[in-house]
Each structure stands twice: as C-alpha cells, then as structure tokens.
Design a protein around this ligand. Sequence first.
Ligand code: SF4
Length: 339
Amino acid sequence: MSDRTLALSVDGIRSYLRCPRRYEFAHVDGLEGEADDPTTEGRLEVLRRAICDGLRADSDADALETAILERLGELWADHDERLHSRTQRRHERRVLEATARAYVEAVGATHAAGIDALGSDAPAAEFVGPHLPLTGSVALPEREARASIEAPVDYVSADGSSLVGVRFVPTLRPLGLLRYRDRWEGDVADLFAAHFDPERDEFAPGLVGGLFETSVALEGLRALRDELDLTGYRTCRYVQIPLADRSRVTVNWMRDAVEASLEPCDLTDVFLDHQTFGMTHQHRNGAVESRLADTVSAIARGAFDPASRWETIAEHACPDCAYAVCCGPRVAAEVRFDG
Ligand code: SF4
C-alpha cells in the first residue's frame, strides 16, 4: 500500500472494526462479497435517489412530496427485483411511498428550505447528492503522510447557524446505544473504551464505526464550510435518517392503508465530548479522533491478523461473513472444532 494512495472510506473502516481479515479480503484483495442485504440496499437506493431528485426540484412541502412520489414511480418501474406477484410489488411500492411521505413530514420540507438557503449563499455549489463525498484525514506520523477518509452524505442543508450533513441508511440498529443517548460521557464513552480493551469482552463495531463516521463527516463539513466561505455557519452537525426500517411501517389491511413514521438520528451531541469542545469550540471528540488515527495507522501497516481478538470475532463476525469459505483462520478453527 503506497503512502500516496492511502484513501479509505468510513464503510471500509467499519468493516475493519468487525474483522481485519474481512477488510483485507474486501478492500485490499478486492474479493467480492455479498452485500449484507441486497434487496434492502436496492430499495433504499431507489428511495434515496427519488428524495434527492425531489429536493433538487422543489422546497415547498406539498410540491416536494409530489416531486418525490413521481420520481419514485419512475425509478420503481425500472427497479429490477424478483417478487412473488404484482400484488407484492404494489405493496412494496406503497411502503416506499409511505416512507417518502413520512420523510417529508418529519424533516424533508425543513431540510429543503435549508438547502435553498445554502444555494443562496453559494450558488455554484452542489449540496444534493446522492453520495456527496465529504472527506476527512488522519496523520500517519510514522510515514510522514496523511490518509484521507471518505464519509459520503446524501445532502447538506442549513439549520439556523449549523451546517447539517444527512446520510440515508437502511436502519439505525448498527448504532446501538448511540440511538438512545444524547451525551458522550457515561455508558457511551465506557463502551467505546471497552471495545478497544483486550481485557474486556465488549464488541461494539457498530457504535465505534458510527462515532468514527461522525468524526469524519463533521471534519468534511467544516472543510466544505471553509472552502465555500460559509462563514455564517458556526457549527456542523451530522444526521442519519433510516429509510428501510420495517418496524416503523404499519399496514391496515381492513382500510388497505400503509403508514410509516421516521426517526432521524442526530449523532452530533452524543459524539462531542465537553473537554475537547471546551478547548476547540468545535464539535469534536479527542478520544474518538485518537482511536480513529490508531485504527487507520493499523490499516496502513497491514495489521490484518484477527488472532488478537479471535474469540470475539469468531462469535460475532464470522457467522454472517461472506468470506468464511476462503478464510484460513475460520477454516482452521472449524477443522479444530470438528477434529
Ligand atoms: S470468516 Fe471470520 S475471521 Fe474470516 S474474514 Fe470472515 S469474519 Fe474474519
């Protein structure tokens, strides 16, 4: 791996947190693995594109909803997914439509107005994706180099004096505790530390990955703000919005109605620690940034052997791993078990 070409993504780093060998298969060797849930990913992509196209077209709530639903109809017509029947296909479309309406009601209209405001401040800039790249970086002192890390967002909006990056995700489940807390100090900080403590069994790659992602996204937003000279936005925030959470969908078969609700998650407050904030006056977290730098450094020097955390990885990461059949440590462990 050349110093000059060390470009990482937060999704790759999240994969490394689950298992370093899995990261090596996917991101170093380039071996294709099955997506976690290709059906959900495909539907999420349809809705993501429909919403982004709607946001580009209109900011008035009613017009926004109409624009998103019309675009959703076009994209769904081209969406190639095997379903049992036309009835099921119609039902899945109605679930997406209900989610789109819930999005507009919960935050869509407000975010669209914020995008309009940004457009006035920086007319030539593009604030709507999908998959707008935000980039942070980490120093690699032992190599006298830096690694760049990409954290894509689907759009950037304004909320008062904050610049807000928004990413659509399937569900918030991988975030674990982060969904239910609004402060770093306490059990979030403790679980984060425990994940890296070899004396403790806790394994929280989703929570740690969510905090790493927030760190990179906020750095990317600060860089975007400075690059576009958006001086009126003093702080940056990072929000995830789940668009494929079946637990938020209800079907009333008697009334032939599908309804959905949506719960965006602003990760900024649970991320920032008050000590770092007191020193920098920015939404930052020294502990997370330090561990992110250590993790990136480990990737850079090729530390892919899962042996040091084998018991935890075997229990939590191996069972759903697409590389299990070609993975030496996993095969060796199964042979030992059978023998
Ligand atoms: S099978 Fe287990 S050890 Fe091998 S790459 Fe997958 S998660 Fe890692």
